[in-house]
Design a protein around this ligand. Structure first.
Ligand code: UD1
Length: 337
């Protein structure tokens, strides 16, 4: 079996590529390197001791995707290629629709032309907006509250329609907050430009690239006043993609699945854990809430356990330890010499 991984040089894609390789599949990576590094591809090849093919280009380019599928005998697809900054999506909504829906349409057109039916789609807990009730289950109401969220929700809806017509079997994986890195510390998250996510920013403070972290909101209705999220280890998340491809055999149509640990941590708890793991203090200041942030959100992961036979294995300490190992060795990301 050969699996095409779009966005395969990115943070989650590169980790998933290793898990897919370890499951016995031949892996083909496709990435336009707009928010990823070719060095990640090299590192994946080293970690898998395998000369994994890499196609550089845009998943919206049907001809390119179709050609890669033909050349490498692809029979299933994991589609990550997308932009993921909420803030950027607010400033450049059209770019988000073009990239996130364009890449999905490109992949779907090529899949249809090749008669490929098995797909795993990278979605997000952002489809739940600001939930009134936690934990969220797959039956919780969906509501996109920013352009990025709209692209994920519309992507899911499009896939649901095509699957209902019998054209596709697809897992819609709704990720909560992936952090951490491969145990070796040789691949990890390396955002282009200024990061917007909590842990990459916290790591920049730890390596001295930033004075202090801003904690967005200290007056939420949570035990310590800071917002609560369901952080999960990127290697656990990667393994869920293997389980999802395998589950498609017995689950035709479209199935949405939450991927989280089922436990929430506050921003201050994450900082506290980082201080413990690193043995140093992290400078931070509590500032105003970030517009559009939910107060608290975590997953009910029981459906993932039922459908995929998957539960997250790694706790917050391991997530931070592994993320830190990567950042300590690569303070400037993949550009570190
Ligand atoms: C958001 C999206 C998620 C998306 C992810 C990708 C929602 C609910 N979640 O996650 O779907 O996949 O972005 O980028 O829309 N924080 C600080 N200071 C900082 C940065 C963050 O206090 O400098 C806080 C945030 O307020 C939040 C938590 O840390 O409470 C996590 O933030 P972040 O890492 O940006 O992820 P989400 O916003 O939860």
């Amino acid at each position: 079996m050969s699996v095409l991984v779009t966005g395969g040089a990115g943070y989650i894609g590169s980790h998933a590529a290793i898990a897919l390789h370890d499951s016995g599949r031949r892996v083909v990576l496709l990435d336009d390197l707009s928010n990823a590094s070719a060095a990640a591809v090299d590192a994946v090849r080293v970690l898998t001791s395998s000369d994994i093919p890499f196609v550089e280009g845009d998943a919206a380019d049907v001809g390119l995707v179709d050609d890669a599928m033909g050349r490498f005998g692809v029979d299933e697809v994991v589609h990550f290629a997308a932009s993921k900054s909420v803030a950027e999506s607010v400033n450049e909504p059209l770019a988000y629709f073009r990239n996130n829906l364009g890449s999905l349409l490109g992949v779907l057109a090529a899949m249809e032309a090749r008669g490929i039916k098995r797909l795993v789609f990278s979605s997000s807990c952002t489809v739940y907006g600001e939930p009134e009730v936690v934990p969220v289950t797959e039956a919780s109401p969906v509501a996109a509250v920013n352009p990025y969220g709209v692209t994920k929700l519309q992507g899911e809806q499009l896939l649901d329609v095509i699957a209902s017509a019998g054209g596709l079997d697809v897992m819609l994986l709704r990720y909560f907050n992936p952090i951490g890195a491969h145990l070796t510390g040789s691949i990890g998250e390396d955002p282009t430009g200024t990061p917007t996510n909590l842990v990459p920013l916290l790591m920049e403070v730890a390596v001295g690239r930033r004075d202090r972290l801003q904690v967005f909101g200290g007056d939420y209705d949570t035990p310590d006043g800071s917002a609560v999220r369901d952080y999960l280890h990127v290697v656990d998340l990667a393994e869920a993609h293997v389980a999802a491809l395998e589950a498609l055999a017995s689950r035709p149509g479209a199935t949405a699945v939450n991927l989280g640990t089922g436990r929430g941590y506050s921003v201050l708890e994450v900082i506290g854990m980082a201080e413990e793991v690193m043995g140093r203090s992290i400078a931070y200041e509590i500032v105003g809430r970030r517009p559009g942030d939910a107060e608290r959100i975590w997953a009910d992961p029981s459906f993932a356990s039922e459908v995929l036979g998957w539960t997250a294995q790694r706790g917050l300490r391991e997530m931070i330890q592994d993320h830190w190992r990567w950042c300590e060795a690569h303070p400037m990301g993949f550009e570190t010499v």
